[in-house]
Design a protein around this ligand. Structure first.
Ligand SMILES: [Zn+2]
Length: 281
């Protein structure tokens, strides 16, 4: 039987203008809004999701690191606009080991929604594991440009050489392609760009419900229902189209939405509370 296990790798506080951007403004204006915002959100969870499937264990994202001095000192975003709270025991490696899972040996794959810091900084725990990322996101995360976008390529382990995929599998609902992650077709990645180029989400279909592991395609369900994009979203139009596709999937099959930073995600998972776009009216 397929099971989804949320594993929280600490918390992050961000600026309210980061959590919810003004979609009428250009990216540089939304970035400026974040830099000049003096308020903080509540501490938001940094979730990874472990998928227990008959074909093996698949992990989506590897969370944040507790290491000090990890981020480039010159980057105003890392320096002033994220407040991370991660203890060494919160990192994904120790948490998997506490469950009897060796992150280097026991996973079928680690899949990365995108390479932003709070989704990929736990990479060091996964040497020897097959790691899957979209080719487009891998390319977007390289070098100085990738660092300005919120990845930390300077800290990637020297052995990091992920399998870079195109979405050349079958279309799924409104998503034009996919990356199959299991042979039985029940677990697959779909393209959900907008927040970042090449961003992916993972769809897990079970007989009674579809789990939609959204990464940062939306920060939480309420924002998706209100069609509010995040402040650093690289492309507002594309981000809104992604959110509409997720809502479209939920209109076709009972779908539980599980983003990476949604404080209500674990409750919805426990209750199997499906996404009902009409409830927003
Ligand atoms: Zn992100």
């Amino acid at each position: 039987m397929t099971r989804i296990i949320p594993i929280k790798t600490g918390t992050i506080r961000i600026r309210p203008h980061h959590r919810a951007g003004d979609k009428t403004k250009a990216l540089w204006r939304r970035r400026l809004d974040i830099l000049t915002d003096r308020d903080w959100t509540e501490p938001l969870p940094i979730y990874t999701y472990l998928i227990e499937h008959d074909e093996g264990l698949i992990l989506l994202d590897c969370g944040e690191t507790a290491r000090a001095g990890f981020f480039p000192w010159w980057h105003p975003f890392f320096r002033f606009n994220v407040d991370l709270n991660i203890e060494p025991g919160d990192e994904i490696g120790p948490q998997l080991r506490a469950r009897g899972i060796d992150p280097r040996r026991d996973l079928k794959a680690l899949v990365l929604s995108h390479l932003h810091h709070d989704h990929a900084d736990g990479l060091e725990h996964f040497r020897g594991t097959e790691i899957v990322v979209s080719d487009e996101n891998y390319r977007a995360s390289q070098g100085l440009a990738g660092t300005i976008r919120g990845a930390v390529p300077g800290q990637w382990p020297s052995w990091f050489d992920p399998i870079r995929k195109q979405f050349d599998g079958p279309a799924v609902a409104g998503f034009e392609g996919s990356i199959p992650l299991t042979d039985d077709g029940s677990v697959l990645a779909v393209p959900t760009p907008g927040h970042m180029a090449g961003h992916l989400s993972v769809v897990v279909r079970t007989p009674d419900v579809t789990w939609f592991l959204a990464g940062d395609a939306t920060y939480d369900q309420d924002l998706l229902l209100r069609r509010v994009v995040d402040g650093p979203a690289e492309d507002v139009t594309v981000s809104l189209a992604t959110m509409d596709r997720i809502a479209g999937l939920a209109a076709q099959e009972p779908t539980v939405l599980l983003p990476a930073h949604d404080p209500d995600a674990e409750r919805r998972l426990d209750d199997r509370a499906v996404l009902t776009p009409a409830a927003a009216e």
